[in-house]
Design a protein around this ligand. Structure first.
Ligand code: GEK
Length: 237
């Protein structure tokens, strides 16, 4: 999408062009993406409970919801609610869902996350999506997730992060670009995508995430996987 010079670079949006390249893009753009999705499934197996819900907030094509399928299957009356506000993502996800053994357990909603009630949750996974929510809305959303999780529940929260220390920020940004180049993206593609994401993907520091989650009623927050400027957190109610 960004391989040839663009006169004007539009802000990044989750449209049909993005959907077409999405699985390939995430694999080549998020260090450890496949590992993170698979481990989210294992974490869900540990925390899923009977007669509860597992949420995938910002589900895109459903990778996380599908990874949580075995967790839902292992419990009586356990359902997965997968939410995304991009019509192009939901349409493509619907096609994958129709072929999934978990099609009766996964309920796909085309909606803004802010418009979805979070109730009776044992697991909430929000993989690489909080970074797209306006910063002023993040505290209230985390509080709503905290309230919707049952005691003993868990929030899985992988995010792109930034660093307070300028040298660390420069180091991890450079290493991230090296990772993308090693995966076949050109300098032009990297720089044009970076421009498209400016003011669309707004990363927080780990300290900001921790403070927000503790304020939202979680009792413990740890990082369970990190590679360069991508950190996967788990917050326990
Ligand atoms: C994965 N979790 O494969 N409400 C609902 N959806 C939203 C909102 C919102 N307010 N804002 C953004 N989205 C997935 C990857 S991608 C991450 C998640 C990335 C959706 C948006 O439409 C997109 O599908 C998803 O959040 C973010 O693990 O592309 O870097």
């Amino acid at each position: 999408m960004y391989a040839t010079p663009l006169g004007h670079i539009d802000g990044f949006s989750f449209n049909a062009d993005v959907v077409r390249v999405f699985p390939d893009m995430l694999k080549r753009s998020i260090p450890g993406y496949q590992t993170i999705i698979a481990q989210t499934g294992l974490l869900a197996e540990r925390y899923a409970r009977a007669q509860t819900r597992l949420y995938d907030l910002g589900c895109s094509l459903g990778a996380t919801a599908f990874a949580m399928g075995p967790a839902a299957r292992s419990q009586m009356d356990c359902e997965i609610i997968a939410v995304d506000n991009s019509p192009a993502m939901i349409t493509q996800c619907q096609t994958h869902l129709a072929a999934s053994p978990d099609r009766d357990r996964i309920h796909l909603l085309e909606s803004d996350i802010n418009g979805v009630a979070i109730e009776r949750a044992s697991v909430v996974a929000m993989n690489f999506t909080l970074q797209f929510i306006p910063p002023t809305e993040r505290q209230a959303l985390m509080a709503r997730i905290g309230d919707g999780l049952l005691p003993g529940g868990a929030l899985v929260l992988p995010e792109k992060i930034r660093f307070e220390d300028a040298r660390q920020q420069a180091l991890h940004t450079d290493m991230y670009h090296a990772f993308k180049q090693a995966n076949g993206y050109s300098e032009l593609e990297i720089s044009q995508k970076r421009t498209a994401l400016e003011n669309v993907l707004i990363a927080d520091t780990l300290a900001m995430h921790r403070e927000r989650l503790m304020q939202a009623g979680f009792s413990s927050v740890e990082v369970w996987f990190q590679c360069f400027n991508f950190a996967s957190m788990i917050a326990l109610k």
